[in-house]
Design a protein around this ligand. Structure first.
Ligand code: UN1
Length: 513
């Protein structure tokens, strides 16, 4: 098979391929069992990586804790300068890194590049923010007193990320944590360990060039057992975890048991409401990209279309027609729209969802199926499917990480559509297609969408880094990337200073000695 420049990309990113031995990132003490990273694109073994043992983890934590003591003393704008250099390195390596993301994870090359662009964007954002870590000042009730608040570095931030955004989610966390004066220990998904090594190599090259301690950025490898070392570790005040609701509940409970902080980005069950005033062309683009982009493996992927009955047949026909145009195949070939799922377990989940929706009384109107034959040897390529369903089906309530779209019908007012949209346990992203001001504002009101993200005339996926990203309910409540998401990476301190010779007490309390 044509290698689409993979070998060259691995070289530029400092990764040894399978013929060259086991690959480890910089400042990675891993000496445990080997994870083999296979590409879902063509099924081939890309490289081997060693996992982190408990003893390795202790070494990582001691470099991280030592590095924190020094890093927190650097002025925030200076930390921003390091993030600026890191962003520049990412610009330089955008193509090889985007290619590796595409090849190891399976998303299209365009989306791989887009993911690296998100990393660059969050770096730019963080650089500016490094001069804006503002606290408030407030007036004291006591004479001759000054009161204000300031934000201090928190410590070692533990990052657990998922396979679907194998590089960007780490960067959202790291760029903010760094300017805040924190150091990071990252456990990437065991399904995309090479993306982890590539990023770690980039981060440590920047740190080295500035004579900074490598422990500012650390990598650990392995499955949930390695993650558990962090969730139970008192030296880690904040664990930021992205993944399934099931995983999030385990992480949240472990971290809460020691009264640590967790930042959770968990599952979504995102819907687009299509009202009688929707623009059909925009609806089709938004819905199809949302449902099949990244092969339906974004936490913001569109899972449900809630269509007004007066529009139902028109929208259905247009979407079904668009699905006939989709080209499925090697994601590095820019002619294709849809790449593979991450692995054959994901294919099994996809097949189960299709069986389940039919068993519950749904109707497949775009059948789907697993692709076989030339170009599909990895066994990970599936056809995006569409089913007519009901919101209360168990399978519709569940997030399946695959390109399965459910069509749901509503009648009457937009309230009815919003009730369906909110009628799931997840609360990440939501959208409405309408040119009707009343419907749009209703959707955005306090009695509208209950999600962390609510869009008008845009799909559910593809959020920009400038806004706070995250969701409510079982999505976990965390907010990452833009707006004031940085605050969770710092500890807030309220300071009161008395510059008189008296010591008046607050609340007017008298205490004479
Ligand atoms: C995710 O799927 O974990 O909104 C994050 C989006 C991306 C981020 C998705 N910016 O689709």
């Amino acid at each position: 098979a044509a290698d689409f420049g993979i070998h060259d990309a691995l070289k530029k990113l400092g990764i040894k391929d399978v013929n060259e031995g086991t690959s480890t990132g910089s400042n990675n003490f891993s000496s445990g069992d080997i994870i083999s990273s296979y590409s879902p694109v063509d099924g081939s073994l890309i490289a081997k990586v060693k996992t982190t043992t408990k003893a390795d983890y202790e070494k990582v934590m001691s470099t991280a804790t030592v590095a924190f003591k020094e890093w927190r003393t650097k002025p925030a704008p200076l930390r921003g300068e390091i993030v600026r250099q890191f962003g520049d390195k990412l610009r330089e390596l955008k193509e090889p890194l985007g290619k590796l993301v595409s090849y190891e994870m399976g998303k299209s090359y365009q989306e791989g590049l887009g993911e690296v662009q998100e990393m660059i964007d969050i770096c730019d954002f963080a650089v500016g923010l490094s001069r804006q870590l503002h606290g408030l000042t407030m007036h004291s009730e006591r004479p001759g007193h000054r009161m204000y608040e300031q934000y201090h570095s928190l410590g070692v931030v533990g990052i657990i990320s998922a396979f679907n955004f194998p590089v960007a989610v780490w960067a959202w966390n790291t760029a903010l944590a760094w300017i805040c004066g924190d150091v990071c220990v990252w456990k990437p998904s065991e399904k995309t360990p090479l993306c982890g090594i590539a990023c770690q190599n980039i981060a440590s090259s920047v740190l080295k060039a500035n004579n900074l301690q490598e422990g500012i950025s650390c990598l650990i490898n392995g499955d949930y057992k390695v993650g558990e070392l962090m969730t139970q570790d008192n030296r880690i005040p904040l664990v930021s975890a992205t993944g399934s609701i099931r995983m999030g509940k385990i992480v949240a409970q472990a971290v809460a048991a020691r009264l640590g902080k967790s930042l959770l980005e968990l599952g979504g069950n995102n819907a687009i409401i299509v009202t009688p005033d929707a623009d059909l062309k925009m609806t089709v683009i938004g819905a199809v990209f949302g449902a099949v982009g990244t092969a339906g493996q974004r936490c913001t992927s569109t899972r449900r279309l809630i269509i007004h009955d007066s529009m139902y047949d028109k929208v259905k026909d247009a979407i079904v027609a668009a699905y006939q145009q989709l080209r499925i195949g090697n994601p590095l070939d820019e002619n294709n729209h849809v790449g593979p799922l991450i692995d054959t377990d994901a294919v099994a989940q996809y097949k189960k969802a299709l069986e389940k929706v039919v068993a519950e009384g749904g109707k497949l109107i775009v059948k789907g199926g697993v692709l076989e034959g030339k170009g599909y040897e990895s066994g990970c390529y599936v056809k995006p499917a569409i089913a007519e369903a009901k919101n209360n089906f168990e399978i519709v309530q569940h997030e399946t990480f695959a390109p399965v779209l459910y069509l749901l019908k509503y009648s009457g007012d937009v309230e009815n559509a919003i009730a369906i949209q909110n009628g799931v346990v997840q609360g990440l992203s939501s959208a409405i297609m309408t040119n009707n001001l009343r419907e749009a504002e209703h959707f955005l009101s306090a009695w509208g969408s209950d999600c962390g993200i609510a869009n008008v005339n845009i799909g559910t996926s593809g959020a920009e880094i400038g806004g706070a990203f995250g969701g409510e309910k079982e999505t976990g409540g965390g907010r990452e990337s833009g707006s004031d998401a940085w605050k969770v990476y710092m500890r807030r301190q309220t300071n009161t200073i008395n510059y008189t010779t008296e010591l008046p007490l607050a609340q007017g309390i008298k205490f004479d000695l």
